[in-house]
Ligand binder design. Structure first.
Ligand SMILES: Nc1ncnc2c1ncn2[C@@H]1O[C@H](COP(=O)(O)OP(=O)(O)OP(=O)(O)O)[C@@H](O)[C@H]1O
Length: 288
């Protein structure tokens, strides 16, 4: 199973949002990361067939999404960044309604709604109005609706926004359980959210694909390059602008602790790099 994007380009009013994005994805979880405005949502909406590309193509197992047409949409599950709910519906009613829109028969819908509610742990709350759901419960309901048709391609746009730390862990577990035999693309700003989850990380910036890396490879790229240093507040100007600073913390003694990523030696303590460090390093260096 594979999903290929070939030279995808998208422009809004003369502004190029995606520039010749080409990618080939196989089964498993991919993290799509990049700063605000990188084009992640636009790419996900194009893959989800909500937005047409200007040029280039999307192919599932070698067949274009246009040729597959309805069959392509049947392969898809999509969780948008901002999911609109009918708040007066109960969770169960909402999922039944979406099932009907997705063309499931009543029998199929009854079974899938029951299974997905169970899967996202909302069975006990299924008769509650969505208006009474917490942010995390709404996210889980959003994931449930994306799973109703048992999609082969699952697109999740910032699914962890609004989840508390416990819910983030639960969400990670849930995703890894369903990742078998699916292509899952998950966008996020929080690189640690895909740590231990994504098999590869797709890095985007300003409409360009910067590269696709396995997490171990990304981590290795900052090996021996991450330092921690404690400085007086008034020294900060000497470091800011000179070094790539991945973290800045005020210490209890009033000093400032900086986390610096540098190709050259820095007077400080060498520490283990994280995916977040590697992500910043690659963005700063302009990619691969
Ligand atoms: N409908 C639109 N009309 C004009 N410009 C748009 C439209 N949608 C998106 N853009 C622009 O396209 C660029 C990429 O936006 P997109 O939402 O795809 O980025 P993103 O990487 O998902 O960002 P974020 O992380 O903030 O969601 C931005 O500069 C945005 O302003």
């Amino acid at each position: 199973m594979n999903l290929q994007m070939s030279n995808i380009t998208k422009t809004y009013k003369n502004k190029v949002i995606l520039k010749n994005v080409s990618l080939k994805l196989f089964g498993g979880i991919y993290g799509l990361v990049g700063p605000n405005g990188a084009g992640k949502t636009t790419l996900m909406r194009i893959i989800s067939d909500i937005l047409p590309q200007d040029s280039g193509g999307i192919y599932f197992n070698g067949m274009s999404k246009e040729d597959l047409n309805e069959r392509y949409r049947e392969l898809l599950g999509y969780l948008p960044q901002e999911m609109g709910f009918y708040e007066h519906f109960t969770g169960e009613e909402f999922l039944k309604y979406i099932s009907a829109l997705k063309g499931l028969t009543k029998e199929q819908a009854d079974e899938r709604v029951r299974d997905t509610l169970d899967f996202v742990n909302l069975t006990l709350e299924k008769k509650k109005k969505i208006a009474k759901y917490s942010g995390g419960m709404k996210r889980r309901l959003g994931i449930a609706q994306a799973l109703l048709n048992d999609p082969k391609i699952l697109i999740l746009d910032e699914p962890t926004v609004g989840l508390d730390p416990m819910e983030r862990i639960r969400f990670k577990n849930l995703l890894s359980r369903i990742s078998v035999n699916k292509i899952i693309i998950l966008s996020t700003h929080i690189v640690s959210d895909i740590e231990g989850l994504a098999k590869e990380i797709i890095l985007m910036d300003k409409g360009n694909l910067k590269g696709i890396f396995c997490p171990e490879e990304l981590l290795k790229s900052v090996n021996g390059k991450v330092y921690e240093i404690s400085i007086e507040e008034n020294m900060y100007g000497d470091y800011d602008g000179t070094y790539l600073i991945s973290k800045r913390e005020i210490e209890t003694n009033g000093k400032v602790k900086l986390r610096i990523i540098s190709d050259t030696h820095v007077k400080g303590k060498l520490v283990q790099g994280t995916l977040e460090d590697a992500y910043l390093y690659h963005l700063e260096r302009g990619g691969a």
